[in-house]
Design a protein around this ligand. Structure first.
Ligand SMILES: [Zn+2]
Length: 89
């Protein structure tokens, strides 16, 4: 049992939306990665689907949009070659 969240890195093919949101609880969103082994909030497995930031802003809650923005900013602080994910609070 670990308190540290692990992630799968998700490759982003051209044209694929980079944000991964939990369709079960609609309260977790990550940028180019998904939590493993399950959603940290609802513990759903394979509940994540890809969306664009525009889509999240269109219908997401303020909290969800804020999470997406933070995830995007955190990812952009890392070198592009270091795609392997580490946990960011
Ligand atoms: Zn969830």
């Amino acid at each position: 049992m670990s308190a540290i969240q692990s992630f799968w890195s998700v490759p982003q093919p051209d044209g694929e939306p980079p944000f991964w949101m939990c369709m079960s609880c609609l309260s977790e969103v990550f940028y180019r990665k998904v939590p493993m082994p399950d959603c940290p909030t609802c513990h759903g497995v394979s509940t994540y689907e890809a969306f664009t930031l525009e889509a999240i802003r269109d219908w997401g809650t303020e909290d969800l949009v804020a999470k997406a923005d933070l995830a995007h900013q955190a990812a952009n602080l890392e070198p592009a070659s270091a795609a392997s994910a580490h946990s960011v609070d």
